[in-house]
Design a protein around this ligand. Sequence first.
Ligand code: KG4
Ligand code: ZN
Length: 345
Amino acid sequence: HKSLTFLGIESSCDDTAAAVVRSGTGAEILSSVVEGQVNLHAAFGGVVPEIAARAHVERLDFCVERAMAEAGVTFADLDGIAVTAGPGLIGGVLSGVMLAKGLSAGTGLPLVGVNHLAGHALTPRLTDGLGFPYLMLLVSGGHCQFLIVDGPEEFRRIGGTIDDAPGEAFDKIAKLLGLPQPGGPAVEAEAARGNTARFVMPRPLLDRPGCDMSFSGLKTAVLRARDGVIAQRGGLTVADRQDLCAGFQTAMAAVLQEKTRRALDVYLESDPPVPAFAIAGGVAANQPIRAALETLCHARAVRFLAPPLRLCTDNAAMIAFAGIERFRLGHHDDFTLSARPRWPL
Ligand code: KG4
Ligand code: ZN
């Protein structure tokens, strides 16, 4: 492969990010700048789209400048500019797309629009040079789906959530129990000290065939269990909170493990030469969930990959890399590239 160096730009949710990636025989992240917006949204209990968009507009050009400086490159060293063109919060996506178009117009560099989900799905190729086809579970605050990845632009979705995403469930449980946001790490920390047997939560959709999942019922079950304890004793003790988190997380891990078992069945049917399963998205940081999936893969002689956390969560290195992969297929965009709030793979 000819070596290609791309700038990547990501602004589809609440992280403002820019990165420079070089990819030839292997891929190398020359820089990856991520500015989170957690502080801006903390008071509202969720991401406020208008605030997110304004912050992206204010910060994106500085992030690009920093990413280029840290990588030690100028525009003359680049082969293209990749940008997340969706799915996501439209104001944020638009600010990234407009900046990328401006840079492309000013430099003459090719413009490559990237699907944010493709960025996540191709990350194990960036980190480990993983070959096609592999099975991927994308689990974040906004997404939950199984994908068989056959090529840089070939994704087969074989199941996913029919309601909430797991990260969203973790965040809502944290809110119910008065824990800080983002909820995932907080709930995991509480659960580690809890009794998993005290509250046995439902395992939604396990009774039905297929790889689809549902998590809104699980959230309701935690709410009911919490209210039961409060009705009985007038409040929650530290131990109550820990046990509720443990019950919730155990059910979540069990559902993800069983659905992954079924997704592996579908994937292995096609007899992949080097079977591999990769996980991505913020929830991939959860140790018990990660361990449940790793054990499963081990038992079935499937290679298990989990990219480092900073590349599991939103970043622009995955966008630059996915842009390079698209570009190698001969695909790029012109200035009619539009920002898409919805864009299924
Ligand atoms: O991929 P991500 O950074 O952003 C998107 O949602 O696109 O994922 C963030 C989500 C949040 O919902 C957060 O609570 C969850 O990932 N998360 C976790 C953990 N760390 C982050 N969930 C469970 N356990 C964790 N340790
Ligand atoms: Zn994401």
